[in-house]
Design a protein around this ligand. Sequence first.
Ligand SMILES: [Zn+2]
Length: 180
Amino acid sequence: MTLSRFLKKMLIARQLTFKEGHFEMLGIRGVNLPVFTLTRFIEEMYESQEDAVFDMLFRAGVKHGKFGVEQIGQKNEMGKKEFFHRAIGSGNVMGLGKFEIQKLDLEEQVMIATVSNSPFVEAFEESNVLSDVDGPVDHLQRGILHGIAEETFETEISSTEETCAFHGDGDTCRFRFVAR
Ligand SMILES: [Zn+2]
């Protein structure tokens, strides 16, 4: 298996470190969990909380996005566009799919982003508990992007997952973020 160029760069720059049970990315401690484990956790939550679990995933994602902005922003001086691409690029090592910005208009305060190859799409399709869920399923990723956009636009925004691969063909989910 080959490492992506981004991952290699991160390892060389020591932005990814693994040492005696301690894993760090960009100076932030993390954990590597199998999607299997995360999906069982979501199933357990869904069985007791129903759709509320999706809002929880979204809100946790928003906090994650804002935290990431703080962490990256503190250490680096850069323009907003560069910052956006860097923040989204660092999302690509988390295993939550391939994040890409399709459109970014800082004046109109609109961002369109896609996530391909989401682990949730695959896991939900295979789950006995989650395979009948209506609507899009990538609430965590939408939350992360929402948090990044809100901090960067410096205003409240609304977000939607316009098309989710869980219900459609292909493997790409499309999200829209606009100032409220
Ligand atoms: Zn999706």
